[in-house]
Design a protein. Structure first.
Length: 265
């Protein structure tokens, strides 16, 4: 399968899609800046009173369960219903899946509302979401992404969606189709919100790329390549955060395609 990475990034920047995020307090500012740097337009709106209207003007909906509360869950459900009815892409990040019963119950409720277009999480979250026995340390992964491959396949088939698993090698699946993206650096795991940012970037690509599998792969490559470029000049978490945002803004579509490390299985 050929991925049109150069064209996908060019289209994203030319159309500047509005990405509606219902995300967590911890990453909200950084996620918004990352979307702006990449070329998208972010909006953070979680109130149940306005989410349906916001979804109607957005190109994609991103739902991140990082910091949960009953009013936010109500907003998530209403937004998912609206997005499904309008045929808008829905990207779900099951942050901390398996850590508490409340998170697990919330995820079950959200998935009962409508199937997401893309589920993106770390290996532990994907395993927990699929019902596998796994130890989750807060929102951090305790399992390698390759160990979650069968769980990703199962989720993809159950919800007829793309599943993107972050790790040293990112694994993206749709049915039995699998892509491995080996871009990225270990320092990315030491910076809060990198996974949440990856989910938001997946939403930006999903708003423009008709094939959600290609959108998810494009997002994984974008994150990994920018991580590699940022690491050339920033070796510590604080400076890396800033350098990463700069790379999201400065990378050219041609450079993205040139540096991509993708294997298809």
């Amino acid at each position: 399968m050929d991925f049109h990475l150069e064209q996908n990034l060019s289209n994203l920047r030319n159309t500047v899609p509005l990405v509606h995020n219902i995300t967590n307090f911890v990453v909200m500012n950084y996620t918004a800046n990352a979307l702006l740097a990449a070329g998208a337009s972010p909006v953070m709106a979680h109130a149940v009173e306005e989410v349906e209207e916001m979804v109607s003007i957005a190109g994609a909906l991103v739902v991140n369960i990082g910091t949960l509360s009953a009013p936010w869950v109500a907003g998530m459900k209403a937004a998912i219903v609206a997005a499904a009815q309008l045929g808008k892409p829905i990207v779900l990040d099951p942050v901390g899946a398996g850590a508490t019963s409340y998170r697990n119950e919330t995820l079950t409720e959200l998935l009962d509302v409508a199937s997401p277009t893309i589920i993106r999480g770390n290996a532990s979250e994907i395993l927990a979401l699929a019902g596998a026995s796994v130890q989750t340390k807060g929102v951090d992964s305790t399992a390698a992404s390759d160990l979650s491959l069968e769980a990703a396949w199962a989720l993809s088939k159950k919800f007829d969606c793309v599943v993107s698993v972050s790790g040293a090698i990112d694994v993206i699946v749709r049915g039995n189709q699998t892509a491995f993206v080996s871009n990225g650096v270990a320092l990315m795991t030491k910076v809060t919100g990198m996974g949440c940012t990856a989910t938001a970037i997946a939403g930006a690509f999903a708003a423009n790329v008709a094939d959600p599998f290609e959108a998810a792969v494009s997002a994984a490559v974008m994150m990994g390549v920018c991580g590699e470029l940022a690491y050339r000049n920033a070796k510590s978490p604080g400076s890396f955060q800033i350098a990463f945002l700069d790379c999201l803004s400065e990378i050219t579509p041609a450079h993205l395609a040139e540096l991509a490390k993708i294997r298809i299985s």
